[in-house]
Design a protein around this ligand. Structure first.
Ligand code: GLU
Length: 294
């Protein structure tokens, strides 16, 4: 039987230019795809239009080209795919309910804080909106603790075994936000499946979201890709680099230096490449030696 095809992807949110942190996710996903002779797709995750910065997506794509990272096929833009998210949401109707809670009310319930910093939803609107409350968002009901499907386990290629109790770690989560935008969790699951992504390689800041995504895949009867969550670059305060934490823009005048720094961060020994092309040849071999491929 032929080995399944490898399809990987890089899925940046265009909230600002590519920075050292996003280059790590781009490089790791690119190298894993190349080491497996697979395809590497690029998807612009511009679903949260309130955070999209004008021109950022184009800048990210230009930067990838400058770094010699060439994607397969057409770039996909989430903002063009809202009908797909709506269709998936319609399929999930039996598991969803409208929620009238504000962020403050959820925080005040003090039921707990999820690993991603958001408050665990206490289930206030599960049995219906209280009289006089207006629907703000739509949530997906997760099973009660220890009920079937509530405990999600998977093997992460970088981290090893990962497990999460959806009910106590996250609670019922948002699929459609109060501002009308589709939630990242829903969009990413729909798109990874629609694009036949077999391997998701991304930053460990998203590790905590993965059980929610696996849960959605199960409800929607979609295949589960293999996951690998690579370390994230943090600043001196231990915060993930992002536009909000003041990440420095990459110096596109010195692409080879940026690539070597990033490879070093990922633990790859790439000796003295004379060109970007040679960097990728050497880095792909180094990645394959450490993480497999073939
Ligand atoms: N768009 C997300 C980000 O830029 C990444 C999503 C993913 O790789 O699943 O952080």
């Amino acid at each position: 039987m032929a080995a399944p095809r490898y399809i990987g992807r890089f899925a940046p949110s265009p909230t600002g230019p590519l920075h050292a942190g996003s280059l790590v996710a781009a490089m790791a996903s690119y190298l894993d795809a190349k080491a497996h002779s697979g395809q590497w797709l690029v998807r612009i995750e511009d679903i949260d239009e309130s955070r999209t910065a004008a021109g950022a997506a184009e800048w990210i794509l230009q930067s990838l080209i400058r770094f010699g990272m060439h994607w397969d096929g057409e770039v996909v833009w989430q903002s063009n795919r809202k009908n797909l998210y709506q269709a998936a949401f319609d399929q999930l109707r039996a598991y969803t309910y409208s929620c009238g809670c504000t962020r403050r009310e959820i925080a005040d319930s003090r039921i707990g804080i999820a690993a991603d910093g958001a408050a665990v939803y206490p289930g206030t609107c599960r049995a219906g909106l209280a009289p006089g409350r207006l629907a703000r968002s739509f949530r997906l009901r997760v099973p009660e603790q220890d009920q079937a499907g509530e405990y999600i386990q998977f093997e992460d290629a970088w981290i090893g075994p990962v497990a999460q109790h959806l009910s106590t770690a996250v609670g019922d989560f948002v699929l459609k936000r109060a501002d009308g935008y589709w939630a990242y969790q829903l969009a990413v699951v729909v798109d990874d499946a629609a694009q036949c992504v077999s391997h998701v390689v991304r930053g460990a800041d998203l590790l905590d979201s993965t059980p929610r995504q696996i849960y959605l895949q199960r409800l929607l009867q979609l295949p589960m890709p293999k996951y690998s969550h690579v370390p994230v670059v943090v600043n001196r305060q231990g915060e993930k680099l992002s536009k909000q934490t003041g990440a420095q823009q990459l110096d596109l005048q010195r692409p080879l230096e940026c690539l070597l720094d990033t490879a070093h961060f990922l633990g790859l020994a790439v000796a003295r490449p004379v060109s970007i092309k040679q960097f990728w040849q050497k880095a792909t071999i180094a990645w394959g030696n450490l993480h497999g491929g073939g």
